[in-house]
Design a protein around this ligand. Structure first.
Ligand SMILES: [Fe+2]
Ligand SMILES: [Fe+2]
Length: 258
């Protein structure tokens, strides 16, 4: 029913979380569970989700703050957020919608309703993602043809994969690895629009990928793929996995220089 839909489930109640995770997994979804707001925000920045199911009362940042944070990233579309709460008064509902939620479900949850709603939103998000991937491939090919560098992104991707395979297993999470893969495939996508001078293609490319809904980690990697972290104070503090990914992407780019 939910063909590999990627769902971020943010729920601090252990029993509800287990029940929902099992149910959604049985329906075909791939569920990542976080039990607090801070980790939920971090996870959503490293990975692309099709739907976020978000409890309002959470330790750390509450659900309103999480929703606001995810929907107010400039130029970056957030996945649809379904809020769940045992306190469905009008004030809470209004606040959730103001924070960018697309639906508000009362607890105790009607599980059938939740599954149908999540499946509908996930399907739309997956369709949009497939279209966006096509656009990205098209623009990337265009840039490579313009500059007679066909196959460059593919070579960089292959080099990245080899370098990741050589790392200790715990260095890069699967989510970061997927973000790095996308960044490698589209790192020079900005060349379709840049004049080919200097490094402006990195910022242009990051802008394109943000609009197309790629993960913030992918967008960051593309933006920074010609910047050395310690020489530039503009780069925010990086998680070890993201820093390792940036170093890999930069090394792969150098190794495949023309
Ligand atoms: Fe580049
Ligand atoms: Fe490149």
């Amino acid at each position: 029913m939910m063909h590999a839909a990627r769902i971020l489930l943010v729920e601090d109640d252990v029993n509800s979380a287990r029940l929902l995770k099992d149910l959604l997994t049985a329906k075909g979804a791939v569920v990542t569970h976080e039990n607090n707001g801070v980790d939920a925000i971090k996870q959503a920045q490293e990975e692309c989700f099709d739907v976020i199911i978000l409890d309002l009362r959470l330790p750390g940042e509450n659900g309103f703050v999480v929703a606001e944070h995810l929907t107010r990233q400039e130029g970056q579309p957030a996945p649809p957020i379904i809020v769940t709460s045992a306190f469905p008064d009008k004030q809470n509902r209004m606040r959730a919608f103001q924070a960018g939620a697309v639906a508000f479900l009362h607890k105790p949850l009607d599980l059938q309703e939740l599954v149908l709603l999540a499946a509908n939103f996930a399907r739309r998000q997956q369709q949009a993602r497939a279209q966006h991937l096509q656009v990205a491939r098209y623009l990337n090919d265009l840039g490579e043809k313009r500059l007679q560098r066909s196959g460059h992104a593919q070579s960089v991707t292959v080099t990245c994969r080899k370098m990741v395979a050589g790392l200790p297993a715990s260095t890069i999470t699967p989510a970061i690895e997927a973000s790095l893969e996308a960044a490698a495939l589209f790192h020079d996508i900005g060349l379709a629009f840049s004049k080919g001078e200097g490094d402006d293609h990195a910022a242009i490319g990051a802008g394109i990928l943000a609009v197309l809904g790629f993960s913030p980690a992918t967008v960051f990697l593309v933006k920074a793929h010609h910047i050395t972290p310690d020489s530039d104070s503009d780069i925010p503090e990086l998680s070890p996995g993201l820093l390792a990914s940036l170093q890999i992407l930069q090394a792969a780019e150098k190794a495949n220089e023309l």
